[in-house]
Design a protein around this ligand. Sequence first.
Ligand SMILES: [Zn+2]
Length: 440
Amino acid sequence: MRTLIIAIIGAASAALAAAQARPLPGPDLDEIYQRLLPQIEKIPMFDHHAHPGFADDPNVDAMAAPPGSSPVRTRDTNPELVMAAQALWGYPYNDLSAEHTQWLIQKKAEVRKQRGNQYFSDILDKLNIEQGVANRAMMADYLDPKRFVWVFFADSFMWPFDNQREASRNGDEQVYIPLQGKMLHRWMAQAGLSRLPPNFSDYLRFVSQTLEENQRKGAIAQKFEVAYFRTTRFSDPTRDQAEAIYQRFVGGGVPSEAEYRTFQDYIFRYLVREGGRLHLPVHIHSAVGIGDYFNLSESNILNLENVLRDPRYQTTTFVMIHGGYPYDRQSIWLAAVKNVYLDTSETELLLYPSEFKKLLKQWLETFPEKVTFGTDCFPYNEALGAEESYWLGVESSRTALAAALAEMISEKEVTEAQALVLAHGYLHDNAVGIYQGKVH
Ligand SMILES: [Zn+2]
């Protein structure tokens, strides 16, 4: 697909040779937008990052949201959610008052009972999503595997020791770190281990076998949300260094922060390498995150540049989930690396379409074949469930995409035919090309 896009753009730039790109759109902008939007709505999408599930399902995420501040658009006071409820459920009211919200909760419960494991497939059908990622701790039997492909969490392999010090750093880590311990124990149970292997080689074997087992169960990628738990600057320790730390703490004792980071840096790179060997792409949360203590500078996407541009990891495909926002102007340049992709999920929920359009336009003008669509749907609260966040993600992305492409056409950067190829790439083809034969 990438070569196809390049070929089409190449041919078209010849056709456009006489037209110098203009810095302002012309009077045809609105008309082009109106023409593009219905065509974009007809493109079946692949959702590259999402957390489908019900609010009462503990397996939606490998961590839990601590009480923290949400940006205004993701609060349950967002009036767009009324439109989501109307579009998805025929909601008969114009507000989300506590009383009216009861109608919605009841309606969803009824439909859930009637439709069983087709409930979330119906949501995909309503939004024209052909297939979507389910980034979840474990898959749910209420998600049809024909429509939902699993991406599991791989962070917990980095927290095998006594985590007292790690959890006591702040209120967020008090919530997150015990859940990493729980996740690791689930992987151990899956491998039939009642305790950690006493030697490091066996620990690494357990890690690899878990990746392989998850792949056998249908997982298409491994996901890291490590930015929530520590810095994303990874040093490059030797195996001997990591082994010495493992041997010292596998039986107990609290590692110093420096020791724990050294061990984790090795394990992270081991997982990245295994991702290449197993053709199991690596998804990394690379944007701002929720909670009061999320450290924006320690999680800056550029911290990962040494890993992404490391020739040892050329066979590993990286997907930078949420595209590094708010460092999006920098992150697009990381997509210059042939095995690095960006995903726009969450960003289209944090920003309104008028602002998200600018981000998307800049990306599509730089490395369009590396930009992929995702909703980051998540059961945030009763009014903004996974269902409504699917809707908001899809609507925001489509309108921002149509607006970005309309400007690019009107400013003589691309033809309308090329713009539609870019739309197909962003909404479907670019991501599907990563998982040849596993998704469609
Ligand atoms: Zn997510």
